[in-house]
Design a protein. Structure first.
Length: 382
């Protein structure tokens, strides 16, 4: 399906769907140099933790992994940066049972090449431990971390590329102290995976894209916690252009929603795909305007619908936040909003405890801070 149904809604618009509920705010976090987010999560106390990269804490503007906690009203609670003499980047973060958090990302400071980097902090953001994992003949790029089992173990999903050019998908299992328990090869090929979630039935879903001379295709893989295969699917079956995927969520009926983009005749359009619990494609929807539109995140709303976030440049030639609520049955629009100029490097989306939505992205300027926008249940932040 394809639908060009974007409608301009100004920053201060009043939604036609009626008044929403939940706190609303816009703020920034970061230092005096460039800071960019990679993801955001809602945490049990009603606040949020943002993970990303910062150049604000080094004298030579090297990248460091970055964690920031804000409360439910947008006030910064703590921030922390991690790394060595070279470059680090934080990719994903997950809460732990003791009230702390574990972040995964990449480091170039501790080994001869780019390695997987995992840092545990306590509830106040103080580092408990940090570990790096890798090999001299490969580069490692983690893209997901989830708790598994009952003993506090962690599962880190990462791409590794050998010097020979072979790409591999691996699952690294760690205990609660960061010690390696296993490191399992899942598949090899020409691909880059981008995200991972743990489902309500304790399975693992990984998404990304496979490459060919004709372009890319969206790839979806479901596994058991031990890495054993359940199902996989691809869209389209053969590449005709570029169809990357970035966001993934589980719905109430255990279907899997994948969000990304599809390179159409003009530029990238928003793209949504839904697969049932056994891997069959249920529906797909592509929509957008005349310029670039991409989805970075997708969540299940508290009333069981789909909410997506990304950027759009189809209105005034600059990138803005895009937020839309879609029906879970077919992806048709419930509401959509665009607001606040952003950079299109990356972004994140989560459902807040009050049913609203938290979004993060980078500012489109020099010495960029991290933009944080919290909306009510109708997607309004003012």
């Amino acid at each position: 399906m394809h639908a060009c149904d974007l409608k301009r809604i100004e920053d201060n618009s009043v939604p036609s769907t009626g008044g929403g509920t939940g706190a609303k705010f816009q703020t920034t976090v970061g230092g005096n140099a460039n800071d960019f987010p990679r993801d955001v999560i809602a945490v049990p106390d009603g606040g949020f933790v943002i993970v990303g990269v910062t150049q604000s804490f080094t004298t030579d503007n090297n990248n460091q992994a970055y964690l920031v906690k804000i409360d439910s009203k947008g006030k910064q609670v703590w921030e922390a940066n991690f790394g060595g003499a070279k470059d680090e980047l934080g990719s994903r973060v997950t809460p732990t049972a003791d009230g702390g958090y574990v972040m995964c990302g990449v480091t170039r400071s501790f080994g001869p090449s780019q390695d997987s980097y995992v840092v545990k902090v306590n509830s106040a953001g103080t580092k408990v431990w940090e570990k790096y994992y890798g090999a001299a003949d490969s580069t490692e790029t983690p893209f997901g971390i989830v708790p598994v089992g009952t003993a506090g173990d962690l599962l880190v999903a990462y791409n590794t590329v050998k010097t020979s050019g072979i790409s591999q998908l691996k699952l690294l299992r760690l205990n609660s102290n960061g010690s390696r328990l296993s490191d399992k090869l899942i598949r090899s090929g020409n691909f880059s995976m981008t995200n991972m979630i743990k489902t309500t039935d304790s399975k693992i879903v990984i998404i990304g894209e496979e490459f060919s001379n004709a372009g890319t295709i969206t790839y979806v893989l479901k596994l058991n916690e031990d890495g054993s295969f359940i199902w996989e699917n691809r869209y389209p079956a053969q590449a005709t252009n570029y169809t990357p995927s970035y966001g993934v969520a589980e719905m109430s009926d255990k279907s899997i929603v994948v969000a990304g983009s599809d390179l159409g005749s003009n530029d990238h359009d928003f793209n949504l795909l839904v697969y049932n619990s056994i891997g069959g494609k249920v529906w797909g929807l592509t929509w957008g305007g005349a310029s670039a539109d991409e989805l970075f995140g997708v969540v299940k709303s508290n009333d069981g619908q789909i909410v997506v976030m990304g950027y759009t440049s189809s209105f005034n030639g600059t990138n803005e936040f895009y937020l839309s609520k879609r029906k879970a049955t077919d992806g048709s629009k419930i509401w959509e909003k665009d607001f606040v100029n952003i950079a299109n490097l990356w972004g994140g989306l989560a459902v807040a405890a009050d049913g609203g939505y938290i979004m993060v992205a980078g500012q489109n300027q020099a010495n960029s801070d991290i933009l944080v926008v919290k909306t009510d249940t109708n997607g309004d932040y003012k």
